[in-house]
Write a protein that binds this ligand. Structure first.
Ligand code: MG
Length: 386
C-alpha cells in the first residue's frame, strides 16, 4: 500500500473575457502524489483560488477542516471511505456548495492515483465496462450576444456545427441564449433552423439558457418544436424552480434536462423527486466527483431518469466523464467541450492525449488511471502567480 504523501492545488488561468460564459478559461488542478512518486489529478469547476483555500486552510474545528491534512497518509484505494471522511470533516462549510466542488477535484484525483497504483483504467475501479464506446456530444456556443443579430448568431452556430460534424460528432447541442433578441415564436423558428444545420441523422439537444420564469411559456415552445426531434431541453426554467420543472416535465413532448449546477446526490434526489426531470446533468467537477456521480446515476436509474453530465472545463474532467460513462449504463451521452469546436487554451493544451473520435464515438480508455497526463509547459504557462 502506498499512501498519499503530498497534496497540491494549482490554479490556472488563460486570458479571458469575464462577460463571456466560458468556465474553461480557469481551473484548479488538485494533484496527489503517493510515497512512490505516482500522481493523480482532478479539477473543480468552481472559483480556483477559493477551492485552493479549502484545500490548504487550517482546521477550524472537527466539522470544518482543510482537505490537505485529511488526505496525507491515506490510502487512495479506499475511495468511498475517503469521500465520506472528507465530506464529514467539511460539512460545516461544504454541504452543497464550494466545499463539495473542492471535494470533487480531490475525488477524481484519488481515482486517478488509485488506478495508476493498480495499473487499471478508472472505469474498472467503478465496476468495469457497461458500455463498449464513449459517446460525447459537442456543444455549439456562439458566445454572448454582444450586439449581434439573431441571423449573425445563427451563422456562428452554423459554423460551429460544421466544425463539430466534420470532426466526427454525431450529437450536438445548440446553445439558444438569445434573450430578448427573439420572441418565443422566433426562438422556435431558430431551433427548427438548428435542426436543419445538424441534419436528420445527428442527435440534437438544445440549451435554453434559463429563459423562462413560467413553465407554460416553456411548454408552448417545446410543443412547437416537437417535430425537430430534440433529445433534451436544457435550462428551460430558473435552475432551482423544481415545481416548475415538474409541471413542465409532466407535459413536455421533449425530455427535460436540469441540475448542471447541482452538488451532491441529495440535491439530485430532490431534482428527481420534486423536479421530476428526465435527464440529470451534474458535472463531475462540481457534484462531488466520480464517487458521487455514480450514486447520482444509481438514484436516476431507480427514478426512471438518465444522466448526461455537464462539461465545460479541461481534459481532466473530460476524461473523468468518459470513465464514468464507460462504467454506467444509464448515460447515453456525455457533454464534451471539444477543443476542435471551441477555442479554449486550457482545454486544448493542459492534458494529453486527446481521445480520437470515430463516427461519433471514442474507444474506452485503456491506460492506468484517467489515462491522461498534465502537460507541464501548459501548467507553467497558465499558473496564476500572485
Ligand atoms: Mg448548460
Amino acid at each position: 500500500m502506498s499512501t498519499i504523501a503530498d497534496v497540491e492545488a494549482i490554479p490556472l488561468r488563460a486570458p479571458r473575457d469575464p462577460s463571456d460564459l466560458d468556465s474553461s478559461s480557469e481551473t484548479i488542478v488538485v494533484r496527489l502524489t503517493d510515497d512512490e512518486g505516482r500522481t493523480g489529478i482532478g479539477e473543480a469547476d468552481a472559483p480556483a483560488l477559493a477551492v485552493r483555500e479549502l484545500v490548504f486552510m487550517e482546521d477550524a474545528h472537527a466539522w470544518s477542516r482543510g482537505l490537505r491534512g485529511l488526505l496525507l497518509g491515506r490510502d487512495p484505494f479506499e475511495r468511498e471511505a475517503l469521500w465520506h471522511d472528507l465530506a464529514a470533516a467539511t460539512i460545516y462549510h461544504g454541504r452543497r456548495g464550494l466545499g463539495v466542488h473542492a471535494l470533487s477535484a480531490v475525488d477524481v484525483a484519488v481515482h486517478d492515483l488509485a488506478g495508476k497504483q493498480l495499473g487499471r483504467p478508472v472505469y474498472q475501479l467503478l465496476g468495469g465496462a457497461r458500455q463498449e464506446r464513449i459517446r460525447p456530444y459537442a456543444t455549439l456556443w456562439p458566445g454572448p450576444v454582444g450586439g449581434r443579430t439573431v441571423g449573425e448568431l445563427m451563422d456562428a452556430i452554423g459554423a460551429l456545427c460544421e466544425r463539430a460534424l466534420s470532426a466526427g460528432f454525431t450529437a450536438v447541442k445548440m446553445e439558444a441564449f438569445f434573450g430578448d433578441l427573439v420572441s418565443d415564436r422566433e426562438l422556435a423558428r431558430c431551433i427548427r433552423e438548428g435542426r436543419k444545420l445538424v441534419g436528420d441523422e445527428a442527435a440534437f439537444m438544445v440549451d435554453f439558457g434559463y429563459r423562462w420564469r413560467d413553465w407554460r411559456d416553456a411548454l408552448s415552445v417545446l410543443v412547437a418544436i416537437e417535430d425537430s426531434d430534440v433529445f433534451f431541453a436544457e435550462a428551460t426554467l430558473r435552475h432551482d424552480d423544481l415545481a416548475g420543472h415538474a409541471k413542465l416535465a409532466a407535459r413536455s413532448p421533449i425530455r427535460i434536462g436540469a441540475a448542471e449546477m447541482a452538488a451532491t446526490a441529495e440535491e439530485c434526489r430532490e431534482w428527481l423527486e420534486h423536479g421530476q426531470v428526465d435527464v440529470l446533468q451534474p458535472d463531475v467537477g462540481r457534484c462531488g466527483g466520480l464517487t458521487e456521480l455514480r450514486r447520482i446515476a444509481e438514484l436516476a436509474a431507480w427514478a426512471g431518469a438518465i444522466v448526461v453530465p455537464h462539461h465545460w472545463k479541461t481534459g481532466i474532467s473530460a476524461a473523468a466523464a468518459a470513465h464514468f460513462q464507460a462504467a454506467t449504463p444509464n448515460v447515453p451521452y456525455i457533454e464534451l467541450l471539444s477543443p476542435v469546436v471551441f477555442d479554449s487554451p486550457l482545454r486544448a493544451e493542459l492534458t494529453r492525449p486527446e481521445p480520437e473520435l470515430d463516427e461519433g464515438t471514442m474507444p474506452l480508455p485503456t491506460a492506468p488511471g484517467l489515462g491522461i497526463e498534465l502537460v507541464e509547459e501548459a501548467v507553467e504557462r497558465y499558473a496564476v502567480r500572485e
